[in-house]
Write a protein that binds this ligand. Structure first.
Ligand SMILES: Cc1cc2nc3c(=O)[nH]c(=O)nc-3n(C[C@H](O)[C@H](O)[C@H](O)COP(=O)(O)OP(=O)(O)OC[C@H]3O[C@@H](n4cnc5c(N)ncnc54)[C@H](O)[C@@H]3O)c2cc1C
Ligand code: SF4
Ligand code: SF4
Ligand code: SF4
Length: 386
């Protein structure tokens, strides 16, 4: 069903030409997608346009699985995160920013309610020691388990969770919510040893790598040896690699204090990538994000004003959450709206899947209408030969 022509089912758009283009076209459309500002702003790295796309269509388990690829704690972030995504949302410059955090909270809670599980990766035989069971250490442990590495987390206190467990009041983050997400980690094989303050690196001999995620607490001398300190932080690259081989840092110890839980979780994930590459004897690889799609590039004529569903508190029920997700512009990500397919005067766009289209370049004349009419900046015209 076309969104441009609601109620009308189009089998195949008509073609105004049966003529091959030959060699005279000088522009050609490419579909490469762009980065949504919300996704760039989310420190966890959540694929928000995709998640919102799935939620709108009621594919909530798929949306949950997509979210859990990056975030082990969606119910926690869905309550306490400072909402970097919403501050950056393009829709905020049009009417009201998407209630992304409410959507994340809904998915996290639904996953726990329905008992959905994430499977760890195939066992690699490596074992990693993580010091500190706050959000950074636990996120690192989760992402290491996804890659099949064994993980033991040492925690000085009896209970895990770090500042999530004792820094936040019950009304802000109910204990049962935290416990629910912690138990999912344990079911994946993350071992937490509570009441085990680590003071010397020698205590961790035998592990393939060590991750220090001790937060803002003083780092014992026996752990700090050889590390370069910058105030409360330890100097490290974006993968948490310190100058000492096999010793990594994550969370506030790597990023500095005051940035919040989502930063700690994102830092734990990047450090897990660094550890994984180290164990495999490889260099970690970062795919640079495509350029961000700003509001000025969204074709606003295709959208109508709408208020955030559920008011300031945001949406709560599945119905409300789906309606809210439907407000998303899907900045830079194809959502299968069919505009390009319908409006191409040559009828040379081939629909190959839900959000997959291909331009038949033998017939495309390079008029650029597809790029012009894509509401979300997915298509770009490039010079032939470029
Ligand atoms: C009162 C308060 C409220 C906050 N509210 C929010 C909020 O609403 N939203 C938000 O996004 N952020 C909030 N934050 C910030 C957030 O809690 C932190 O950014 C985040 O918890 C940092 O995570 P971390 O894992 O680096 O450190 P931590 O959460 O501090 O975890 C570090 C863990 O390491 C353990 N540890 C330390 N040394 C050792 C050792 N030698 N051996 C073994 N274990 C050790 C500690 O016991 C602790 O469990 C708040 C912070 C505070 C203080
Ligand atoms: S973790 Fe924070 S910034 Fe990321 S999607 Fe959730 S609420 Fe938004
Ligand atoms: S409209 Fe949707 S994709 Fe665009 S920034 Fe907002 S949440 Fe992200
Ligand atoms: S116009 Fe619609 S279908 Fe075509 S690329 Fe853009 S979002 Fe996808």
């Amino acid at each position: 069903m076309s969104r441009l022509l609601p109620g009308i089912v189009i089998d195949r758009p008509g073609s105004s030409s049966d003529y091959l283009t030959s060699g005279w076209r000088y522009l050609r459309p490419v579909r490469e997608g762009r980065t949504a500002p919300c996704a760039l702003a989310c420190p966890v790295g959540n694929d928000l346009p995709r998640i919102l796309y799935l939620v709108e269509r009621g594919r909530v388990e798929e949306a949950w699985r997509t979210l859990k690829r990056t975030n082990p704690f969606p119910s926690v972030c869905g309550r306490v995160c400072y909402r970097f995504c919403e501050a950056a949302c393009n829709r905020g410059g049009f009417d009201e920013a998407l209630a992304v955090r409410s959507v994340e909270r809904f998915l996290g809670d639904l996953g726990r309610e329905r008992g959905w599980r994430v499977q760890p990766g195939g066992e690699t035989g490596y074992r990693v020691a993580v010091v500190g069971a706050g959000p950074a250490g636990l996120s690192c442990a989760y992402h290491l388990r996804l890659r099949g590495h064994g993980v033991v987390v040492f925690e000085a206190r009896e209970r895990e969770g770090g500042l999530l467990a004792w820094g936040m009041p019950e009304h802000h983050l109910p204990r049962s919510v935290l416990e629910g997400e912690l138990s999912q980690l344990k079911e994946m094989g993350v071992v937490v040893k509570g009441g085990r303050e680590v003071r010397e690196r020698e205590e961790l001999a035998g592990y393939g790598a060590v991750v220090l995620a001790t937060g803002r607490n003083p780092l014992p001398e026996g752990l700090a040896g050889g590390l370069v300190r910058r105030g409360e932080k330890v100097e490290a690259d974006e993968w948490g690699r310190t100058g000492v081989k096999g010793v990594f840092v994550a969370g506030e110890l790597a990023e500095g204090v005051g940035r919040g839980v989502a930063w700690a979780i994102g830092s734990g994930r990047r450090t897990a990538e660094g550890v994984d590459a180290f164990l495999r004897g490889e260099e970690p690889r970062r795919v640079p994000p495509s350029p961000v799609l700003g509001l000025e590039e969204v074709k606003l004529d295709y959208f109508t004003f709408s208020r955030r569903v559920g008011g300031p508190a945001g949406p709560g029920s599945e119905e409300e959450v789906r309606a809210e997700a439907g407000r998303c512009f899907s900045c830079g990500t194809c959502n299968g709206c069919d505009n390009c397919w319908i409006l191409c005067p040559e009828g040379c766009i081939v629909k190959e899947g839900e959000t997959e289209y291909r331009t038949d370049e033998d017939y495309c004349k390079g008029c650029g209408i597809c790029a012009q009419e894509c509401p979300r900046g997915v298509i770009r015209m490039v010079e032939e030969g470029a």
